[in-house]
Structure formats: structure tokens, C-alpha cells
Design a binder for this molecule. Structure first.
Ligand code: FAD
Length: 544
């Protein structure tokens, strides 16, 4: 990434003068320690996934200086977090908490409000507090990455337990779950397998959810609900608290595993294929959050730039895609299904035989024999991820464009042919209008699927950024008209997406706003995140 230089100077939070801000920053230094408070007055650095800036989104879709932090603070413990919150309340300064800030495609480390102070929890609060080999659970702080948790299990010789990792292993186990991210083993719905949170509220009190509220309980990580209202949900995809600890279930080692891959020749195979996948997935014959990808993503993940294949205007032509596919070990196709079967060989065989019989009902479907694939084929990266082994190979498709950046359209739909077709058609139409290459992947959960359409763009190209933004906004509106909503979105699209969940006169948002105003009366915590604006900001032109 190229590092954009700064025209607008330090991003001072609104409502406070520059001089006063510098003065109160010194108060924070006094509270937390001089070396743990950094003014963001340097060039906006670029980087890559593992060495990313924590002050802004290096994959910016808006102007690079728009969503930028004024300063970063690094708390060392829960008491530090409370002090930071107290300081922010005194001076009405917006805070933006991140665990590791690798939320690429959804805003990276950037705050929603320019000039917020980023609370980078991961740098110092990065301990694995417990791993229980009998209960198959762990308790982690915000800075524990999938790599760190995986390596700790290996170090302790706990081969009977697996972690679940998203496509990239450098993210935070806690941060990803809070944003309701996904991985690719049967434990891939991260939020659903967490158990227990510790939260610093915007007013500074600390609470523990579920069984953690009962002093001396030894079931915090095994029974998520405790007694009374189940409050965990309000701390995910929200701005109601800073989470300082999270419990998580670990998966039992299934005693063997085997990845498989099928290809399907035609675009129109999508609908009948979904009808085949749904009953197999719901009955757990297809056991993991599997992926049905468009073959263009298979080409892009080889890591070569688009210009190697096509330098004309508009989306890359179908003929070129198919010519390129013919050169790959997969051969020509339109859809690629990546799946994994778990358990000892005889159990796998039973399931794999059913899958084979069902998938071959699509004319031209082919099973690709993994033994024919070279060691550097992307299939082997999916094989690792579906076995809970962190990896980074997925990053390669981001090279499709120079200054490769991406932003996602991620609607939820039932696992049905008709829904897959509607979403695919609207994405195709809007991509064609914008002249953008369409790279859809259907991630099949248990009774729903997330369609993930990644738009890869050059963040230094203003016109490309605008086209990507337009395309996304059109797709969100089109999808909402058909009854589909996003499961997660980028910072700049949060108002729009939240606005689509508007049943009964925006009843849900009014509820969220009431919670926000009660829990965060000064509106200091991540204003605008997920479209939730505190009273002090509402209706004053912050929404985009
Ligand atoms: P953070 O950035 O730390 O947290 C995410 C957000 O949660 C923050 O912005 C913040 O608003 C909130 N938050 C974080 N910590 C706290 C806290 N302690 N208290 C309160 N709020 C908090 N994601 C997936 O889920 N699955 C994938 O398969 C996947 N594939 C990807 C592939 C590529 C090529 C790329 C570039 C990205 C992919 N991502 C994927 C997106 C992203 O990289 C991961 O979700 C990543 O785990 C998120 O970053 P993080 O874990 O550092 O979380």
C-alpha cells in the first residue's frame, strides 16, 4: 500500500479545541503511562494485513483522511480501560475500541467518527487466561489471535482440541466474534460458540455476563446464559461496552478429516445446487461452513493482478475467465465447492458417498481428486482452515488490483435456489453497471447462507472508490427491497444497512437508541457504530 500524505493535520475530536485536546491528552498520559498514549500526527502509513496501521483504514473507501483517529491509547488492564472511559466522559471525547484492528473489508482499525481516540486493547491485553482441557473451553483477552491460541494448544500438547479460524489467522478471537465473524469448521459461527463476557460499560462499571455474574462460579465458559435476560447480544455489533474478556468453546478433535472439492460447469447450476446443499447441510452431512465460490475468485487467489489477464474497461469477459480456468488443475467450470468431512475414515466415507451421489446430479459436476493437486494449490489452504489451522493465503486475491483494497456486500439468505439466484442476479447487474468484476462466494451456515461479494479496488483511485461505493449502496438497497439484509458491514455503510432493518417505524433502532442513551449518556463510545448514534450526535449530519 502507498502511504497517503496528510493535508488536514491532526484529526482533533469535534467540540474541543486543539490546544485543550493536547492538554487533556497529557492527563491521559498521566493516568495510563506516557508511553501508552500516542498522538496520531504522523503520515498515514500503509502496510499489509499483519503490519497494519491502527489509526485508520489502509483500505479506505472514502478519502484517506476521513476516518482517522486523533490518538491511540494502549490500556494494560481493566482498570486502565475504566480510567480511559472516565477521562473520555470528563472531556466528551469519542473512543473507538479495537481488539487487533484487522477488520479489513469492514473498516480495518478506523473509527467511525473522525478524531476519535482509538483504544487499542490488543497490544497489551493479550493473554490467554485459561484453556480447560476437560471442558474444551478457553478464556481470552482482546489481543489473542487465532495464531496465538492455536500455537498455545500445540505448546501444551492439547491435540484433543481444535480452534476455529476465519480465512486469515491474524485476527482477534474476541474481536472477530464480537463482529459476528465466521470460520470454517463446525464451530464456524463464532458468536454462537462464545460463552461469557467481561465488559467495561461506557460509564466505567465492569460487569460479567452469564455465569460470570455469580462469584466463584466454575461454569462461566460452559453455560452461556446464567440467569435473567441474556445480555451478551447487546455487546456484539454495537457500541454499548468495551469487552475485556471472552470465553469460547473449543472443538473436539474429530479423529480425522478430509477436504473435498467439486466443480460445476454453468452459471445456472447455482439454483439446483443450492437445493441439493440445503438438506445436506441441515442434516450435517455437509458439516462445516462450506464455500461455493465463483471461479473468478479461484483465479484471483492465485495472486496475480487482474492486468495479467485483462486490461480493457468493464468487467473481465467470461471467455477470458473460462480460458484461464482451463489452464488450472480444476479445469473449466463456473462454481467451485470447497468442503470438509470430519471423523475416522469409515464415518467420512459414509458422508462423502452421499455428497458425491447428490452433487453428481448436476450435469457436468466433477469431483477433483486432491491427490492430483500441487502443494501450492489454494485447495490446501482451505484444507488447513477447515481443520482449524490458521493461514494467510486468502490474502492473495487482494492483489487483483494495485493498492489492493476490498469492501464486502454480505447479505443473508435462506439456502434456496431462488434466493441465491435473486442475489446473484442483482449483484451481477450492479457490478456490470459499475464495470466491476464480480467475485461472489456463498458461505453456507446451518439454515442460512451468507453471500460474500468482495469488491476489490485500488484505494488510490478516486473514481474506482466512488464506483465501488455506488455499487455497494445500490446492492444494499436492491437486496433490502427483496427482503435481504447484511449480516455485517463496513463503517461507511452502517447507517444505510441499519436503515434497512426498519420494521414497524424503526422500532429496533429506537430500542437501540434508548439503550445507547441509558448506557452511554455522554455518547463517548464508538458513536455511529452499526448505525447507533448517541443523543448528542443524532440528526446533526453525522449519518452517511
Ligand atoms: P477487530 O478489528 O479488533 O474488531 C472488529 C470490530 O469489533 C472493531 O472494529 C470494533 O468495532 C469491535 N470491537 C473489537 N474489539 C472490541 C472490544 N474489545 N470491545 C468492543 N468492541 C470491540 N472475517 C471473517 O469473519 N471471516 C473470514 O473468513 C474473513 N476472511 C477475510 C479474508 C480477507 C482476505 C480479509 C482481508 C479479511 C477477512 N475477514 C474475514 C475480515 C477480518 O479480517 C476478520 O474478521 C478479522 O478477524 C477482524 O479483525 P480483528 O479480529 O482484528 O477484529
Amino acid at each position: 500500500f502507498e502511504a497517503p500524505s496528510r493535508q488536514r493535520g491532526v484529526a482533533i475530536p469535534q467540540g474541543i479545541s486543539k490546544v485543550k485536546f493536547f492538554e487533556v491528552l497529557n492527563e491521559l498520559r498521566y493516568e495510563i503511562g506516557e508511553e501508552w498514549v500516542e498522538l496520531n500526527d504522523k503520515e498515514l502509513k500503509g502496510g499489509w494485513y499483519m503490519e497494519h496501521p491502527n489509526t485508520h483504514d489502509m483500505m479506505n473507501i472514502l478519502d484517506a483522511e476521513e476516518l482517522v483517529a486523533s490518538a491511540v491509547v494502549y490500556p494494560g488492564d481493566v482498570e486502565d480501560v475504566q480510567k480511559i472511559v472516565g477521562w473520555a466522559n470528563t472531556w466528551r471525547i469519542p473512543l473507538f475500541p479495537i481488539s487487533m484492528g484487522r477488520n479489513f473489508g469492514y473498516g480495518g482499525a478506523a473509527p467511525r467518527v473522525r478524531g476519535s481516540v482509538t483504544v487499542d486493547l490488543g497490544k497489551r491485553m493479550n493473554k490467554i487466561l485459561s484453556i480447560d482441557p476437560d471442558d474444551y473451553t478457553c478464556l481470552v483477552e482482546p489481543g489473542v489471535s487465532y495464531y496465538a491460541l492455536y500455537e498455545e494448544l500445540k505448546k501444551r500438547g492439547y491435540d484433543h482440541m481444535w480452534i476455529d479460524t476465519p480465512d486469515l489467522g491474524g485476527g482477534s478471537v474476541l474481536g472477530n466474534a464480537l463482529d459476528r465473524g465466521v470460520g470454517y469448521t463446525p464451530y464456524g459461527d463464532h458468536w454462537s460458540v462464545h460463552s461469557g463476557l467481561e465488559v467495561v460499560l461506557p460509564t466505567g462499571e465492569v460487569l460479567r455476563t452469564g455465569m460470570g455474574a455469580l462469584p466463584g462460579s466454575n461454569t462461566w465458559q460452559t453455560f452461556p446464559y446464567g440467569f435473567g435476560p441474556y445480555s451478551d447480544g447487546i455487546f456484539s455489533q454495537s457500541n454499548f461496552g468495551i469487552v475485556t474478556k471472552m470465553g469460547m468453546a473449543l472443538m473436539p478433535n474429530p479423529g480425522g478429516y478430509e477436504s473435498f472439492m467439486y466443480t460445476f460447469p454453468k452459471e445456472e447450476d447455482l439454483a439446483p445446487l443450492m437445493e441439493i446443499i440445503r438438506p445436506l447441510r441441515i442434516s450435517n452431512i455437509l458439516e462445516n461452513v462450506a464455500q461455493l465460490r465463483h471461479c473468478l475468485q479461484t483465479i484471483a487467489v492465485r495472486g496475480q493482478p487482474r492486468s495479467k489477464y485483462f486490461s480493457g474497461r468493464g468487467p473481465i469477459p467470461e471467455e477470458i475467465i473460462h480460458e484461464e480456468m482451463k489452464k488450472t488443475p480444476l479445469g473449466d467450470c463456473t462454481w467451485v465447492y470447497y468442503g470438509m468431512s470430519y471423523g475416522p475414515p469409515h464415518i467420512r466415507k459414509y458422508k462423502l458417498d452421499v455428497v458425491h451421489q447428490e452433487f453428481l446430479k448436476i450435469p457436468g459436476a466433477r469431483r477433483i481428486d486432491p491427490s492430483t493437486l500441487p502443494a501450492d494449490e489454494y485447495f490446501w489452504s482451505r484444507d488447513k482452515i477447515a481443520a482449524g489451522i490458521p493461514d494467510l493465503e486468502e490474502l492473495l486475491w487482494v492483489n487483483w488490483m494495485p493498492n489492493g483494497s476490498h469492501i464486502a456486500f454480505s447479505p443473508i439468505a435462506p439456502i434456496r435456489g431462488i434466493d441465491a439466484t435473486k442475489l446473484y442476479s442483482l449483484a451481477r447487474k450492479r457490478h456490470d453497471e459499475a464495470g466491476i468484476d464480480l467475485m461472489p462466494a456463498f458461505c453456507v451456515g446451518l439454515r442460512e447462507m451468507h453471500l460474500i461479494v468482495e469488491i476489490v479496488f485500488d484505494s488510490s483511485d478516486i473514481s474506482m472508490r466512488r464506483k465501488a461505493d455506488r455499487c455497494l449502496r445500490d446492492m444494499i438497497d436492491d437486496a433490502a427491497k427483496l427482503g435481504y439484509g447484511e449480516y455485517r458491514t463496513h463503517l461507511v455503510l452502517m447507517d444505510q444497512v441499519a436503515g434497512t432493518y426498519n420494521w414497524n417505524g424503526n422500532a429496533l433502532m429506537r430500542f437501540n437508541e434508548r439503550l445507547k442513551d441509558a448506557l452511554d449518556p455522554n455518547g463517548i463510545l464508538a458513536p455511529g457504530r452499526c448505525g447507533i448514534w448517541p443523543e448528542r450526535y443524532r440528526g446533526r449530519g453525522w449519518e452517511i
